[in-house]
Design a protein around this ligand. Structure first.
Ligand code: 2PG
Ligand code: MG
Length: 429
């Protein structure tokens, strides 16, 4: 009998960064080691993501998770009790089989995500290792280049502007610690500029400043000025990354820019984005076209794929099969990895591996609805994803992840590695 066998499972309701209920799970092993997992939640969700099980009805806006929690404590606990937590694949396979649906809609992607993460944490605790080291084994474990939101938009800011994330990437930093210093100066400079313009109305869902802009370009101009205001060289020291989240306003090849009251077709959308890439030091662009616009995504990748990261989020939904299909079709050159889009750690890692096999960049990402859990700092480092997207530089559900990376870097001492040198291609480990 292995002492890393799962002895007990506990599911409970906790609350996420939007004040909505979410699922927390704890997995206790026979050895006494234990781990916790907390399911995050998206707002701009891909159509093919694993489904969060919500109770519906009037109470809590329909966001209740009583059924998902009951599934953790009931059928899912029954399925994994007695399994070896060190065999993540076997535990995740049992979770997937018990749910029995491709989109986890039966027992809940949120239930499976929390349990899968809890199992991984328990196994690392049993091994007596920090999670990043448990994942990396004897191999390298590289601190990721952060992508940090400065202005929030899209579904995270009542669609005040069309673009969802205006982010800064400290590409000139040589350590994670220095990277966050660059970010802090930029975030502060942006706040001062917004205040001076009479536009500082608090923050959006992920902590980026509320986007009180008349156009998407005005936000880009303001971001550029913030980088300069921080005393950083745009492009060399601090670059720009965008999440267009185009599925939120594009369908059937038509894109409605609410802010400018304009409808663009796929070609015009590409033209607009190419214009931005010419004018601003942008090194990464996520979901530039909608999830149903594969031809547009291929056309954009053909046009710009040599110069900029083209990241699939809603387009790829952390699915290894979708990454492989997109790579074969020449769509995207980078994959965003969110565990809860897939529903288990094993499937999320498979999507990341599919990206690596295609020669792509890989980015571990938070959701807009987050918790204090900092597991993604460990996943990004231990999996050598080389990039991490968490949201902004405010609100503790975001800072918990940035601060955890600082601790990991410090614990590595002089052997610490940071994903430096990122420009248009893959960062150097
Ligand atoms: C995204 C994420 C994070 P959400 O689109 O990349 O910014 O948003 O979690 O709402 O899907
Ligand atoms: Mg996205």
């Amino acid at each position: 009998m292995s002492p890393s066998r799962i002895a007990k499972v506990i599911g409970r309701r906790v609350w996420d960064s939007r004040g909505r209920p979410t699922v927390e799970a704890e997995v206790l092993l026979e050895s006494g080691a234990w781990g916790r997992g907390m399911a995050p939640a998206g707002a701009s969700r891909g159509r093919h993501e694993a489904v969060d099980l919500r109770d519906g009805g009037l109470s809590l806006g329909g966001f209740g998770v009583a059924r998902a929690v009951a599934n953790v404590n009931g059928p899912l606990a029954l399925a994994i009790r007695g399994l070896d937590a060190s065999d993540q694949k076997a535990v995740d396979a049992a979770l997937i089989a018990t749910d029995g649906t491709p989109d986890k809609s039966n027992l809940g992607g949120n239930a499976l995500t929390a349990l899968s993460m809890a199992t991984l944490n328990a196994a690392a605790a049993h091994a007596g290792l920090p999670l990043w080291r448990y994942l990396a084994g004897e191999g390298p474990a590289t601190l990721p280049m952060p992508e940090v939101q400065i202005f929030g938009g899209g579904a995270h800011a009542a669609r005040r502007v069309d673009v969802q994330d205006f982010m800064a990437m400290p590409v000139g930093a040589t350590s994670f610690e220095e990277a966050l210093t660059f970010v802090a100066e930029t975030y502060r400079a942006a706040g001062e500029l917004m205040a001076a313009a009479g536009k500082k109305y608090g923050v959006a869902d992920e902590g980026g400043f509320w986007p009180d802009f008349r156009s998407n370009e005005e936000a880009l101009d303001m971001l550029l000025r913030a980088i300069e205001g921080a005393g950083l060289r745009p492009g060399d020291e601090m670059a720009i990354s965008l999440d267009i989240a185009a599925s939120e306003f594009g369908r059937d090849g038509r894109y409605s820019l609410a802010l400018e009251d304009r409808v663009l077709d796929s070609g015009q959308m590409i033209e607009m984005l190419v214009g931005w890439l010419r004018r601003y030091p942008i090194v990464a662009i996520e979901d530039p076209l909608a999830e149903d616009d594969g031809d547009g995504m291929a056309a954009f990748t053909r046009a710009m794929g040599e110069r900029v990261q083209i990241i699939g989020d809603d387009f790829l939904v952390t699915s290894a099969a979708r990454v492989e299909a997109a790579a074969a079709a020449g769509q995207c050159n980078a994959v965003l990895v969110k565990v809860n889009q897939a529903g288990t750690i094993t499937e999320a890692k498979a999507a990341l591996d599919a990206g690596l096999a295609a020669g792509w960049n890989t980015i571990v990402s938070a959701r807009s609805g987050e918790t204090e859990d900092a597991i993604i700092a460990h996943l990004a480092t231990g999996w050598n994803a080389l990039q991490l997207k968490v949201g902004s530089f405010a609100r503790s559900e975001r800072m918990a992840k940035w601060n955890e990376c600082l601790r990991i870097e410090e614990s590595q001492g002089s052997t610490a590695r940071f994903a430096t040198g990122l420009r248009f291609g893959r960062a150097r480990a």
